[in-house]
Design a protein around this ligand. Structure first.
Ligand SMILES: [Ca+2]
Ligand SMILES: [Ca+2]
Ligand SMILES: [Ca+2]
Ligand SMILES: [Ca+2]
Length: 408
């Protein structure tokens, strides 16, 4: 029987909207009959979401599985009934300028390993995708990534949830995009946040700080950025289509509801109330939210080299804890109150104090989408690991402390 190879790229594993690298030991199984599998394949421990679409031609797919080729020197596959070729492709350049590196060819069924040799010119590339070209009859049983010398590759560990201690501000904070207040100088920053898989360091560094006082949460985010990019500037624009930073906050007793604040380089501000993951009510506006952006560079010239941008903001705590979905929380409090007093209140949200207490933990995440001359990077303080940013169960923890910044 004479086989004919299908035109380039029978299957590419893609992740829509974001790039992800799969941790060592990640194994894709249940790929039998992958022709029909167009939906999601969830991997163990939430490592990633895999979407296989063998019908699509290469150029139609806009985002790809990213491989860290330093980390995965061996690709092991099992092919049930046919031949296949395996390539690496570099998609860093504009579409149409994709480079291929053929790394293996297997004829006939059975498992095979592909050793990534002579990768010198490919090292350090960050847009490497895995391309598997098959004949029409092939089924892939599994694909795994194994480190050289580690045939028994350890199952990856899910990134732990980070915690940030939010201390009290030691003085007045002017929301002017300058972090020259003593309190900011004394306030600890997060380590540079990583790509959304939680493993790869970001090209453009992002760090965040938070403080609070009786009524407000203060947030400072510092973004290194050689290509500060943004055209949008109106309230509630789709800022996530350009350079943007975001902050998600959820509160106790309301785990699936969270507020979202987005700010871009032109001081565009977008706020939403998410009633469940990715269902944001953009009409929700946070009264009293202030944000000021300082850009060290030019957001209207992409040919020069910029330094970065800073976001300083102040969020009224009331607007978060009294957001419209909180009546459940208020009802709980009111029921307790009624059982003691025998009365009911007209507006329990106003009557009870929902401010965070010292020792209380809320959930939050800082995220960033960074465009840099055609390359897009998705970053998160607490790695969502699965697709997209809207994974409230993966938000980090912010612990409200009575301690004042800079005072031990
Ligand atoms: Ca300031
Ligand atoms: Ca809004
Ligand atoms: Ca610029
Ligand atoms: Ca940028």
């Amino acid at each position: 029987m004479v086989h004919t190879w299908r035109p380039i790229t029978a299957v590419i594993f893609t992740l829509s909207l974001m790039r992800t690298a799969f941790p060592l030991g990640t194994e894709f199984d249940n790929l039998n009959g992958w022709r029909e599998v167009l939906g999601e394949l969830k991997l163990v421990e939430g490592a990633a979401v895999l979407t296989a679409d063998p019908t699509k031609a290469y150029g139609e797919i806009r985002s790809y599985m990213t491989l860290d080729i330093e980390q995965y020197p061996i690709i092991e596959m099992n092919c049930i009934d046919g031949d296949y070729k395996v390539y690496l492709a570099d998609t860093h350049e504009q579409e149409g300028e994709i480079q291929y590196l053929r790394i293996g060819h297997k004829v006939g069924k059975g498992p095979a390993r592909f050793y990534l040799k002579d990768l010198t010119p490919w090292r350090g590339r960050r847009n490497v995708v895995l391309v598997i070209q098959t004949q029409s009859s092939v089924s892939i049983d599994y694909i795994r990534f194994i480190a050289q010398g580690e045939a028994e590759a350890p199952i990856h560990k899910v990134r732990p949830i980070p915690r940030y201690v939010v201390k009290k501000s030691s003085g007045k904070i002017d929301i002017d995009g300058q972090l020259n207040e003593l309190a900011w100088k004394r306030c600890d920053a997060t380590p540079p946040i990583r790509l959304t898989d939680g493993h790869l360091a970001a090209l453009s560094s992002t760090t965040a700080k938070m403080m609070w006082d009786q009524d407000h949460l203060y947030v400072a985010i510092q973004c290194a950025d050689k290509d500060v990019f943004g055209t949008k500037e109106n309230r509630d624009d789709n800022l996530w289509e350009e350079d943007v930073v975001g902050l998600y906050i959820t509160i106790p007793n309301s785990p699936q509801h969270y507020v979202e604040f987005e700010v871009n380089v032109n001081n565009g501000m977008t706020d939403l109330l998410n009633i469940k993951p990715s269902q944001g009510l953009v009409n929700w506006d946070c009264r009293g939210w202030e944000a000021k952006v300082f850009v060290d560079g030019t957001s209207d010239n992409r040919s020069d080299e910029d330094v970065g941008w800073i976001i300083e903001m102040k969020i009224p705590l009331f607007a978060i804890y009294a957001q419209p979905l909180l009546p459940e929380r208020a009802k709980e409090k009111e029921d307790q109150w009624q059982s003691r007093s025998g009365k009911r209140l007209k507006d329990p949200l106003l009557a009870f104090d929902f401010r965070p207490k010292a020792g209380e933990i809320w959930r939050a995440n800082f995220v960033r989408i960074d465009h840099e001359k055609g390359h897009v990077e998705y970053q998160a303080w607490s790695a969502p690991i699965v697709q997209g940013f809207h994974v409230p169960e993966r938000f980090g923890e912010i612990l409200f402390s009575d301690e004042i910044v800079g005072i031990q």
